[in-house]
Write a protein that binds this ligand. Structure first.
Ligand SMILES: [Zn+2]
Length: 188
């Protein structure tokens, strides 16, 4: 029989240590097992272990998820991306991921400059959640910049071959473009 477990808060009593061992996101507080995270209680009757399954991140984001977001910080080695969509669904959670800018493919016609720039809308794959950081990748063809504005005049850039170009002022910019860059509406 499956019981609906209530949400617990950090510090809530889960059990006594004679009954259960503390599992992930639980701790032994002088004989009382308490929650370390907000989430639902999991009881492993085989190992007599009680743990908390965190409510937020673990349920919402997984390795392999596809996200669409906006570059809010751009440095030489990495970019911070604010997540707007997860697997095509809008998210109102305040998640930001980290996109490494050193994993490009040198010598294969990739951009010579940074693959993304501040303000770009990008589609990425979550490839790791190590250390609580959302690590993003744009190596696949469908991943990369899907929408960007001209650094010169601020009009939306269009696709010109492998580059992004501005019809308004003639500016050409290099990015790691998604296969559908320049098409509208944007596919999240
Ligand atoms: Zn322009």
């Amino acid at each position: 029989m499956k019981q609906k477990t209530p949400t617990v808060l950090p510090g809530d009593k889960l059990a006594v240590s004679e009954e259960f061992l503390p599992g992930p996101h639980a701790y032994d507080d002088s004989g009382l097992i308490r929650a370390l995270a907000v989430g639902s209680v999991q009881r492993d009757m085989k190992n007599m272990e009680i743990s908390v399954k965190p409510a937020a991140k673990a349920n919402l984001l997984k390795v392999g998820d596809r996200i669409v977001g906006q570059v809010e910080v751009a440095q030489s080695s990495s970019a911070g991306v604010k997540l707007y969509y997860v697997n095509g669904q809008p998210t109102d959670k305040d998640f930001s991921g980290s996109l490494s800018l050193r994993s490009g493919r040198p010598g294969r016609g990739g951009p010579r400059g940074p693959p993304v720039k501040l303000g770009d809308i990008v589609r990425c794959r979550i490839f790791s959640l190590l250390n609580g950081i959302i690590h993003l990748s744009i190596n696949e063809d469908e991943m990369g910049v899907v929408y960007a504005l001209c650094g010169n005049c601020g009009k939306p850039l269009l696709r010109g071959g492998n580059r992004a170009k501005c019809d308004e002022c003639g500016n050409v910019e290099e990015r790691k473009l998604a296969a559908d860059f320049g098409r509208s509406p944007i596919q999240p």
